[in-house]
Design a protein around this ligand. Structure first.
Ligand code: NAD
Length: 417
């Protein structure tokens, strides 16, 4: 069995099945057997039923999501709402008429287990694919419960959730019955998945890590952007692929930006996600907590100034939002994805310098430019090399927007036979 941990206490909540090759084989065979009938089925009705299941499950399962992931209950509920909306959106769209050639292996990370799974399931089902879904071993519980509920409104074999520790994902991707892989996770794992999928000639979709830059232009009023910029970096405790991970502030605006972000950081309520009023929960797991702590310590040792935040006393993995001033591109906290509650702010003399540094990393998920003159900000934004660039905001307002990273952040390579 696989233990599931509560990041707010460090205690075990329960255990879930630790699946291996036999369960993978059984699930993939069932998915393959269900494919012909599923391709011919009224999948719009099924997608609508899935939306209803997710909505009805939310009051019971959102607290479970908070318990295993750490996010505030309000955000866990919002995740369910987003997941239901995704099923509804696919149920209502004309969708592709061409039948899918599943089974699809759908593999999710631990930051948005429900929403990311729903995005994979809704698109796969709409296209006529059956799915074997494997959640992260850090957050298997909510997905397992929800998968069982969804399976009740779907024909047998159309959806199986397999929980377990690595190398379960590797086993699933390697199974000869898998026709397509839909993967969201880190760039490192994405490379392994790509290699395994390519050698087996599978279709592949990857949504990988980012290290999103935000450029603050000279003349910007820090007070006018601080709240939006702060939450673009620290929502979900900074554990978002499309979070702002590094700020480049140009010219005299620098000190004001650091101050305004630090003021926000000291005001927000960090605590147990179950406690009403909590705005930022714990980091999801011990390795991530150690990485964020290590990157912060390393940056301080190289001259960065910790203006606010840092690790809090246990027993859970609490870390108050950290603003690191005088950070620079010689530090790993700037050049690598931290995926946690720390934000380095880099001082730049010119906009050209900021653009050059923003473009100088391997990931290219999203970016943003912040300034009072939106036309000029849009000109600067056009020079950022990433999947999506926004002005005076960072994260998409709607799940219906097209979304794809560039460079190491994503690949929608469709490997067709
Ligand atoms: P991860 O790469 O460690 O794991 C992701 C999933 O892959 C897990 O389910 C894991 O068990 C599984 N896995 C591990 N090894 C595998 C293998 N060899 N073959 C197949 N599956 C395998 O990532 P994580 O730590 O769970 O999540 C954090 C990462 O996800 C961050 O880099 C973040 O940026 C990224 N992410 C990206 C987006 C996006 O939209 N681009 C969204 C959310 C998260």
């Amino acid at each position: 069995m696989l233990a599931v941990e509560d990041p707010a206490t460090g205690q075990r909540i329960t255990t879930v099945p630790d699946c291996g090759p036999a369960e993978v084989d059984k699930a993939v065979r069932a998915a393959a057997a269900a494919s012909p009938a599923w391709r011919a089925a009224d999948r719009r009705a099924a997608l609508m039923s899935c939306a209803v299941v997710v909505e009805e499950a939310a009051p019971v399962l959102a607290p479970v999501l908070t318990e295993e992931q750490g996010k505030p209950l309000r955000e866990a509920k919002a995740e369910f709402a987003g997941a239901a909306a995704r099923f509804r959106s696919f149920a209502g769209s004309p969708g592709p008429r061409a039948a899918g050639d599943g089974p699809v292996a759908a593999i999710t990370p631990w930051n948005f287990p429900v929403q990311l799974a729903a995005a994979m399931l809704a698109s796969a089902f709409a296209a006529g694919n059956t799915v074997v879904l494997k959640p992260s071993p850090r957050t298997p519980l909510t997905t397992l419960h929800l998968g069982r509920m969804l399976a009740e409104v779907l024909p047998p074999g159309v959806l199986t959730v397999l929980t377990g520790q690595d190398p379960l994902g590797e086993l699933l991707v390697a199974h000869p019955g898998i026709r397509k892989v839909d993967f969201t996770g880190s760039a490192g794992t994405g490379k392994l998945v790509a290699a395994a999928s390519t050698s087996a000639w599978r279709r592949l979709k990857l949504e990988l890590g980012g290290n999103d830059p935000a450029i603050v232009l000279p003349g910007t009023d820090p007070a006018a952007i601080a709240e939006r910029l702060f939450w673009s970096a620290f929502a979900n405790c900074g554990q978002i692929g499309v979070a702002v991970e590094r700020v480049y502030a140009v010219g005299p605006v620098y000190d004001g930006v650091v101050e305004a972000l630090a003021a926000m950081a000291t005001e927000v309520v960090v605590g147990d996600g179950r406690t009403p009023g909590t705005q930022i929960g714990p980091v999801n797991n011990r390795p991530r907590y150690d990485r964020v702590t290590g990157l912060t310590d390393e940056a301080r040792a190289s001259g960065a100034r910790l203006v606010s935040g840092g690790p809090l006393d246990g027993p859970g993995y609490f870390f108050a939002p950290a603003i690191l001033a005088e950070a620079h591109d010689g530090m790993r906290v700037v050049t690598e994805e931290q995926f946690g509650p720390v934000l380095p702010v880099v001082r730049c003399s010119t906009v050209d310098e900021a653009v050059g540094l923003a473009n100088a990393t391997a990931p290219g998920l999203c970016g943003s430019v912040w300034g009072a003159d939106e036309e000029y900000a849009a000109e600067v934004a056009a020079r950022l090399v990433c999947g999506t660039v926004r002005v005076n905001e960072h994260r998409a307002a709607s799940a219906d927007e097209p979304f794809a990273g560039s460079r190491w952040s994503a690949s929608r390579a469709e490997l067709r036979e």
